[in-house]
Design a protein around this ligand. Sequence first.
Ligand code: M6R
Length: 357
Amino acid sequence: EKGTYPHYMLKEIDEQPLVMRKIIQAYQDINGQLTIDSDITAAMKDADRVYIVACGTSYHAGLVGKQLIEKLAKIPVEVHVASEFSYNMPLLSEKPLFIFISQSGETADSRSVLVNVKKLGYKALTITNVPGSTLSREADYTLLLHAGPEIAVASTKAYTAQIAVLSILASVTAKAKGVAQDFDLVHELGIVANAMEVLCDSKEEIEQIAYEYLTVTRNCFFIGRSLDNYVGLEGALKLKEISYIQAEGFAGGELKHGTIALIEEGTPVIALATQKNVNLSIRGNVKEVTARGANPCIISMKGLETDEDRFIIPEVHELLTPLISVVPLQLIAYYAALHRDCDVDKPRNLAKSVTVE
Ligand code: M6R
């Protein structure tokens, strides 16, 4: 039930700190160490390459998951959109492991790949919010999201839960492989939960941003580099899905290769600047669009902020920034849709789970 909330989406955004804490608890052993089923760790250790297959928001979580698994567990990862993978299967490695990410566990495009993969005799792990769902039953292994039911069509808490569970999978695999890690993930995820709470308490400020930048616009761009690029893709999907504003997310460095032609006087450009190693470059991209008339909105992170920034998120571990930088983008999409009188929880033409290919 949505209780006192006007929409499920807002309730589900607000539940994210709690979901983070539930995930930490669910994946901790009695000694407080993160743990997952040893069969899953063994399958990860055995794989020479991981293939992540998903759709929509779950695909965007997969892009972040690739970075986590490669950086922490040192296993190469490919991320694929399920509907493309079905008929255009890449040349597979010798010992692939497939990871299906699906909130509902019922997405037909993903299931069709799973069926093919099982026919070929490969192992598959499903990361889902729904125990007993089709993708969970048909895969060899399951990791649950523990996000609680997600009712709004626009996925919010499932996205952050997917990234948190992928970080645990990456970290536990790293440990099992003997790869040294210089941070304590339980502690860092706790910091993330607190940071999410701060963001959920900043609704008025974020609503103001949505009001200023998005009330009358036809389109909006999201730019970022590295992990921020992936979060930008998710921010754009959220915005188009519920506010019907044409939105596009792209890598900061790609701007000059075409998209910059679309920038006009007043075009809103939301730029994420939470990655230390590319902070100067993304700010350079903001200057490029501003010089062409764009209305820039820089969202940066504490420690990297400058006077030109519109919103500053609290500092978290550099690999976990997507967990919190997405929250203002979810709220921006929510308020933009609200101001434009859209049906936030049930956007036109969309269903919560897409059970046709
Ligand atoms: O249930 P799934 O995670 O498999 O769903 C995949 C997509 O259909 C889903 O993420 C969709 O993109 C959302 N409506 C985005 O908010």
